[in-house]
Structure formats: C-alpha cells, structure tokens
Design a protein around this ligand. Sequence first.
Ligand code: FE2
Length: 233
Amino acid sequence: MSFIRSVSAARAPRHDLYVGIHKGMRAFMCETLRRLGCMDPDDDVELAETLDGVSLLLDFCRGHLEHENAVIHPALEAHRAGAAQQASEDHADHETSLAIISAQIAQVRESSGCTRTRAALRLYRLLAIFVGENFLHMHMEETDHNEALWLACSDAELIELEHRIHAMIQPAEMALALRWMIPAMTPAERLAVMGPLREAVPPAVFESLLDDVRPHLDARALAKLESGLRRAA
Ligand SMILES: [Fe+2]
C-alpha cells in the first residue's frame, strides 16, 4: 500500500497516546542516523561516542516496544480480537532487527582499517532500513490504532493507559524521552506535557528535566515554553 494515501484529514481532537513519543522517536532516529552517516571510522573517540549513541537509541526502541506490548496491545485486543496482530508481528520483526544491528555495532567496534569502514557503512544501512520500517509502522499505529482506541476508550481511559506506561519507565529513560520529545513538539504540545509534569514531580526534578531539554530548544521555542509555564502557574 502507499501510506501517503492513508494520511487522514483533521478530526476532532482526542487524547493521542502516540503523537508525542513518536515525534520524539522520529527525531532521535533521524539524528542518530545522520551522526552515524558522517562518523569518521578512523577516529576512535568519535566512533565510540557515535556507537554509544546508536546503542542508546536501540535500548530506547526496545523499551518502547515493551510498553506498547504490555499496555496498548491488550487494550486493542480487548476491543477487537486481532486488532494488535499486525503491530505485534512488526514488533517481533523489530526485535530481530535490533539484535542484528546490535551485533553489527559489535562488529564495528572489534574491527579496524578498511574492514571497520565497510562494517560502519553496513551498520549505517541497517539502521537506515530499521528507521524506514519504523516510520511506516508508527504511521500505522497513529492511524489504525488510534482509530480503534478512540472507538473503544474514553479520553480518561486513554490517559489511564498512559499513566500505566509512565509507571513502567525509569527516571533516566523518562529524561531521555523528554529530551527528544519536547524539542520535536509544537509549542502547545510542549506545554501540555510540561505543565502537568511540573505538578507531578518535585521542583528540583522538574528543573533538572527542563535543564536537559533547554539546550535543544531555540530561543523562540524556549521563550514560548517559559511564558506558557508562567501563565499556567
Ligand atoms: Fe509500535
């Protein structure tokens, strides 16, 4: 199918479990792929930093799969048997891809010279395919899954599902998610996440999370977020 034909028209806003985290993941994937593509394989320090960044992305993707499998797929299946089948099959494929890419990272680390250069290019191509497949998969979730979830669940029930996912996430993983999500969002979406977050965590934790995000916002985006947070206080 051509996914571009399945981009739906604007509809009445409902709580969207996917849009924020998927915007963050798209940004994280694109930036990691870009860095890998321009990595100097003969620079040991640059290589180690870049490969650590790829590993971090893979770990983040594994966690994301686990959250969706544990919370969202059962909700979809409760609505209609088989509603999560395509996504579950995709997730199994993604697990295999993650293992292949992880093994290729090890190959790059262990090789040298021309062998390392070739191994690095193979890693870049594997990651590019994984990113491409994920982009189409995320679109399917944001359209087909949201349609099913919006039929089956109230917004309050969707927010409850979201809270169950948040309860599975360790602080470091949450900080990493926000570092990529917040800069990738619209100003209104940023405020919709950071406003309630400020009420939910101790002030020092909130300031630390904001400090992680701040360097990745331009001056205009940061001014909008800070004035929005002041108005909401
Ligand atoms: Fe997924």
